[in-house]
Design a protein around this ligand. Structure first.
Ligand code: TYM
Length: 321
């Protein structure tokens, strides 16, 4: 079973990325042939500073390794080190009806958030389809926001197979874990860089982390009054980090009243800080070992290119090249 997923280097990863994709991807390393990459071609749609892009790729590699990605178990590379994927994107674009791309909500959503409407942004889901199909991927662990892109990938692969031959491209399955498929941000919307509501995995300082958590939106129930834990973003986030027992203690205390929201935010802050502390420690070591980090990407690119070549040869032959 080949497992594949990607993440854009468009800033530091946040806990939505972590629970939606990084953690499940790391857990799947033991279940099959894991292929993970940093989607720097995709990031060109929003990151236009070359130095920034380079730094983001390096930082994200370190972050992923610090969180538990094991290069002995997984193939890990930078997307642009395997440029064959852009060729497959073109070939796929010739079997893709315009309407299929026009229906993608992420394009409209990104424009609404101020990203310039380039052709790259519009064609983005097809590059993603090529990312997946070029490695004969079976399973793709992602957050819920990627569901439509996975559906498009399946439809495009089917169209290709219908035109050129059954079983040429493997039809992948998304793996979306319901409980962590859409982590809320500080304001309760989906946690996302474009909504400016993120908590990063590795905030620069504890003070910054705490300050962000204190910004989580709450209602204005007075300190002494009972509070409803069901819709609280504090509780929703706490559930990601705490045991069932600890969550119950917080929920009971909400219902009993007597504590202000600041108290629960402090508990959440401590849980997040402690959860990522060992990873932070690993990160500090990795930052100093640039040769190792570069080596991981180099080795990953070699392995990924080999597999991509296999599928590209098959596709080129099928279309008459
Ligand atoms: P990206 O970089 O926006 O996000 C990386 C992963 O994090 C998940 N995610 C979330 N999950 C739960 N709650 C959230 N608030 C949250 N925010 C982000 C995303 O669902 C994603 O799984 N297009 C992709 C990158 C990509 C890709 C691929 C993924 C390129 N090619 C091929 C899979 C397969 C993206 O922009 O992810």
């Amino acid at each position: 079973m080949r497992i594949l997923s990607g993440i854009q280097p468009s800033g530091r990863p946040h806990i939505g990325n972590y629970f939606g994709m990084m953690k499940p991807a790391i857990a799947l390393q033991d279940e099959g042939d894991a292929f993970y990459f940093i989607a720097d071609y995709h990031a060109l749609t929003s990151t236009h500073d070359p130095t920034q892009l380079q730094e983001n790729v390096r930082d994200l590699t370190i972050d992923f390794l610090a969180c538990g990605l094991d290069p002995q178990k997984s193939t890990f590379w930078r997307q642009s080190d395997v440029p064959a994927v852009t060729e497959l994107t073109w070939i796929l674009s010739c079997v893709t009806p315009m309407g299929m791309l026009e229906r993608c909500v992420s394009y409209k959503d990104k424009i609404a958030h101020g990203i310039s409407p380039s052709h790259g942004l519009f064609a983005y889901p097809l590059l993603q389809a090529a990312d997946i199909l070029i490695f004969d991927s079976n399973v793709v662990p992602v957050g819920r926001d990627q569901k439509q892109h996975l559906e498009l990938t399946r439809d495009v692969a089917q169209k290709f197979n219908d035109r050129y031959g059954e079983d040429l491209l493997v039809i992948p399955e998304p793996r979306i874990r319901e409980a962590t498929s859409m982590i809320p941000g500080l304001d309760g919307q989906k946690m996302s860089k474009s909504y400016d509501n993120t908590i990063d995995i590795f905030e620069e300082t504890e003070k910054k982390l705490r300050k962000k958590i204190m910004k989580i939106v709450t209602d204005s129930t007075p300190v002494d009054d009972p509070k409803d834990p069901t819709d609280s973003y504090i509780v929703q986030l706490y559930k990601l980090f705490a045991s069932e027992g600890a969550v119950k203690v917080m929920e009971d205390s909400f219902r009993a009243g007597g504590e202000g929201y600041g108290y629960y935010k402090q508990t959440l802050f401590e849980a997040i800080r402690d959860h990522f502390a060992p990873m932070q420690e690993r990160r500090e070591k990795l930052v100093k070992d640039t040769a190792y980090v570069d080596g991981v990407l180099e080795e990953g690119a070699k392995r990924a290119a080999e597999k991509a070549c296999e599928v590209t040869d098959r596709v080129r032959a099928a279309v008459g090249m």
